[in-house]
Design a protein around this ligand. Structure first.
Ligand code: ADP
Ligand code: MG
Length: 287
């Protein structure tokens, strides 16, 4: 059983913008060995800027953006929201969108003005036997295909959160041995973020099921508790399997906030080490 004194710790955490759903999680935060972060929306802002657009096959760059925005109109993935925010007038009439389908960790397919539009990563195009001409070169590349043919690409760039690097450094002070990052994004982008932040291990180009199996493996290797921190977009199953599932409350999905054991209200990754600090102080007061 959890001593009554833990309620003080939960209150202290909530004043700091961290919702901990029970004294057992606060206690577990004192014994964390491995922390696994999702990338997009967790370590990065998840708000992408459109850096450049390319068009092929007789389409204009504007048409590529319009088709992409229409196809993404019903998706709440950060990539989709950023493409739709580029020019709101492109999606004034989303009822021209038919047979919309989202493939988690890959992208979307929809009929827009009678054309079949695919918007997503290389995996999405490959599964429909469409060859992209373009190669990844730094930012996240979103491919656009129309009626079964490659039609263009959109390079979008995300920013690392201001407190992310400090957050990683602080975790080591609380005895965290291993810090890993999982992402469905490309190897090139993952490598850049991981090395900038000093993350020990990263895994890229993952489907949602791959994220689960990697978490299970890291859990077996862990010498203490394993924490997963995500935003719940394509990572809710991982959140549920960690010893302590932490969700970003601002940008995160409602389902993730439900599933999570800990919710960081302001989406700042540095709040995790603050919660560990509160856990340690609480323990010292209680015992
Ligand atoms: P992460 O693990 O970085 O949070 P996700 O698993 O949510 O990323 O998505 C992995 C990749 O799949 C994204 O980087 C993007 O290339 C692609 N993707 C997913 N959803 C969409 C979408 N709605 N539109 C375009 N691309 C998408
Ligand atoms: Mg994500």
């Amino acid at each position: 059983s959890i001593p009554l004194g833990y309620f003080g710790g939960l209150g202290r955490a909530s004043k700091n913008g961290v919702l901990i759903k029970g004294g057992n999680y606060l206690d577990a935060l004192r014994n964390v060995d491995t922390v696994v972060f999702d990338k997009t929306g967790t370590l990065t802002e998840g708000v992408f800027e459109v850096a450049r657009v390319k068009a092929f096959n007789g389409y204009s760059e504007k048409e590529i953006m319009e088709f992409a925005a229409m196809a993404e109109a019903y998706s709440n993935h950060p990539v989709a929201r950023s493409i739709c925010d580029y020019d709101k007038s492109f999606i004034e009439n989303p009822n021209q969108v038919r047979n919309y389908k989202e493939i988690p960790g890959q992208g979307v397919i929809a009929e827009v003005s009678g054309k079949k539009v695919y918007v997503g990563n290389k995996k999405l195009l490959e599964s429909y036997d469409i060859d992209p001409i373009d190669e990844e070169n730094g930012g996240t590349l979103v491919y656009v295909a129309i009626d079964g043919k490659y039609a263009g690409s959109i390079i979008i760039s995300d920013r690392i959160k201001a407190d992310a690097k400090g957050a990683i450094g602080e975790l080591r002070k609380y005895g965290v041995r291993k810090i890993a990052m999982l992402t469905g994004d490309s190897q090139i982008v993952a490598e850049k973020v991981a090395s900038e932040l000093g993350i020990d291990e990263y895994y890229s180009e993952l489907l949602p099921v791959d994220k689960v199996s990697i978490l299970e493996r890291l859990k077996n290797e862990s010498k203490g508790k394993i924490v997963f921190v995500g935003d719940g977009i394509n990572d809710s199953p991982v959140l549920a399997r960690a010893d302590i599932g932490v969700a970003m409350g601002g940008l995160g999905s409602d389902a993730a906030i439900e599933t999570a054991d800990v919710v960081i209200m302001d989406d700042k990754p540095s709040k995790l080490s603050q919660a560990m600090k509160i856990a340690t102080i609480t323990h010292n007061i209680v015992l």
